[in-house]
Design a protein around this ligand. Structure first.
Ligand code: NAD
Length: 487
């Protein structure tokens, strides 16, 4: 593992990746990628243009329609995916170092993600040649009818800064297995790991044009969404951006899948193991500095155990070690970027102004400063306060009391989001009963923030459209065709 002190003295300069070539934007303009720990730029990437998007889409279209990719068998595609998984596993430490430097998340967490990412490629590699159609028993005796599942075509993938590669993998592994080609627009805050992936995709032997990366600001994403030759947009990011994308995509009826924000309830009943629940609540909100879509930002606690649980959580939160994301003993890193820092601090003020009680934290860390916000706990929060209704995407926990099961479910579901939820109880009947009543795409019982490549992930309500991971996800990258053959 690299220490911050070993950070390269010079700034790394990266190129975009279009049609198997490393390219700079013709204008020569660049974007600086900042290391949130040092607050200094460490990499430069091209500030791409609409012309670059067009070039990349044409390359992806050519690769899809006319290149060797379209001629490959599904089994051959699967073999390429497996090889890519092996290369990523080989380079996991290097890639985790780069991503931790780019987004300020703990090296430990990033390494865990990079070691797990190959499993997605292996899982969907095995699925590539099992995407079979049906024979249709029909009302037409003179016709033999069957269906084919065909790749949807050129996919535009637009990703956020919090877990850039894991969230791209959710799209890329099933999409490539299905036979699609990609143009990726990574976040302007964390573009580097996607460019590093491009090198490895080339090394694995994917034909030119199958995977293209255009770096730049949101307007590059917008150009991708409105490009008439893009067949599907797979987006992860904020709900407000998702709505803009859905509206723009509707003009060409471009298919969309959207993985958006959350305000997830973490519900602790009085029969829960409070020690375990306290740890789950802390990991659910302060893990990744609260910068996960599935953060357990609303802690709903049954009245009878509220004070005891709150006390335990505050005591443990005091012990959280903030510091260099590269060091093994650091437990919480900085907020990832300047706009996010401003947003988190603003919400702390909003919570106070709305009458919530700051039980711990409540500002910049006094010793580290920079992008370091204290892990912060607000109690006496009611579900109508802005701190309970809006996504902060930072280390701010809102603690809300409830009376009984009905009350808990009502508060939990009283949100425009529906990404995730958790239930802490030792009563097996209650666990399932409440899990069924919660309007969320994922529910954990006595656990938090567990994700598997094999289980569908996505949002109810304004948390998204469609599902990633699992068997169904690969279908989101295909179209069904019916073929009628006269007998
Ligand atoms: P964001 O929406 O600001 O940006 C995401 C991406 O969209 C970036 O690449 C950005 O450049 C691009 N973009 C911005 N405007 C665009 C436009 N008009 N058209 C097309 N692309 C555009 O989100 P962010 O701040 O990078 O990420 C944080 C958000 O992502 C949070 O709301 C979080 O909940 C959400 N998120 C969701 C999931 C999930 O799986 N549901 C996972 C991680 C993060």
């Amino acid at each position: 593992m690299l220490d911050q002190a070993e950070r390269p003295a010079s700034i790394e300069r990266y190129s975009m990746f279009i049609d198997g070539q490393e390219v700079q934007d013709a204008s020569g303009r660049t974007i600086e990628s900042l290391n949130p720990y040092s607050g200094k730029p460490w990499a430069l990437v091209p500030d791409g243009s609409e012309a670059d998007v067009d070039r990349a889409v044409r390359a992806a279209r050519h690769a899809f329609d006319k290149g060797p990719w379209g001629q490959m068998t599904a089994t051959q595609r699967g073999a390429l995916l497996r090889k890519l998984g092996d290369i990523i596993a080989r380079d996991a430490e290097e890639l985790a170092t780069i991503e931790s430097r780019d987004n300020g998340k703990l090296y430990r967490e990033m390494l865990g993600q990079w070691k797990y990412i190959p499993e997605w490629f292996y899982y969907y590699a095995g699925m590539a040649d099992k995407l079979q159609g049906d024979t249709i028993p029909s009302d037409r005796p003179n016709f033999f009818i069957y269906t084919r599942r065909e790749p949807i075509g050129v996919v535009g993938a637009i990703t956020p800064w919090n877990s850039p590669m894991l969230l791209l993998t959710f799209k890329l592994a099933p999409g490539l297995a299905a036979g699609c080609t990609f143009v990726v627009k990574p976040s302007e805050h964390t573009p580097v790991s996607t460019l590093e992936l491009a090198k490895r995709i080339q090394e694995a032997g994917f034909p030119a044009g199958v995977f293209n990366v255009v770096t730049g600001m949101g307007k590059i994403g917008a150009a991708l969404v409105s490009h008439p030759d893009v067949d599907k947009i797979a987006f992860t990011g904020a709900t407000e951006t998702g709505k803009v994308i859905a509206a723009a995509a509707a003009k060409n009826l471009t298919r969309v899948s959207l993985e958006l924000g959350g305000k997830s309830p973490n519900i602790v009943f009085d029969d829960a193991d409070l020690d375990v629940a306290a740890n789950g609540a802390i990991a659910g909100i302060f893990g990744a500095t609260g910068q996960t879509c599935m953060a357990g930002s609303r802690l709903l606690v049954q009245e009878s155990v509220h004070d005891r649980l709150l006390e335990r959580i505050v005591e443990r939160t005091k012990q959280i070690r903030l510091g260099d994301p590269m060091h093994e003993d650091t437990e919480m890193g900085p907020v990832s970027n300047e706009p996010q820092l401003r947003k988190v601090l603003e919400y702390i003020d909003v919570a106070r102004a709305d009458g919530a009680t700051c039980a711990y934290g409540g500002g910049l860390d006094p010793t580290l400063g920079g992008y370091f916000v204290q892990p912060t706990i607000f109690s006496n929060v009611t579900n109508d306060m802005r701190i309970a209704r809006e996504e902060v995407f930072g280390p701010i926990l809102s603690v809300i009391k409830f009376k009984d099961e009905d009350d808990a479910v009502e508060i939990a579901n009283d949100t425009r989001f529906g990404l995730a939820a958790a239930v802490w109880t030792q009563n097996v009947h209650r666990a399932h009963r409440v899990a069924h009543r919660l309007r969320a795409g994922t529910v954990w019982v006595n656990a938090y923030r567990v994700v598997s490549f094999a289980a569908p992930f996505g949002g109810f309500k304004e948390s998204g459209l469609g599902r990633e991971n699992g068997m169904d996800s690969i279908r989101e990258f295909t179209e069904t065709k019916s073929v009628y053959v006269e007998l």
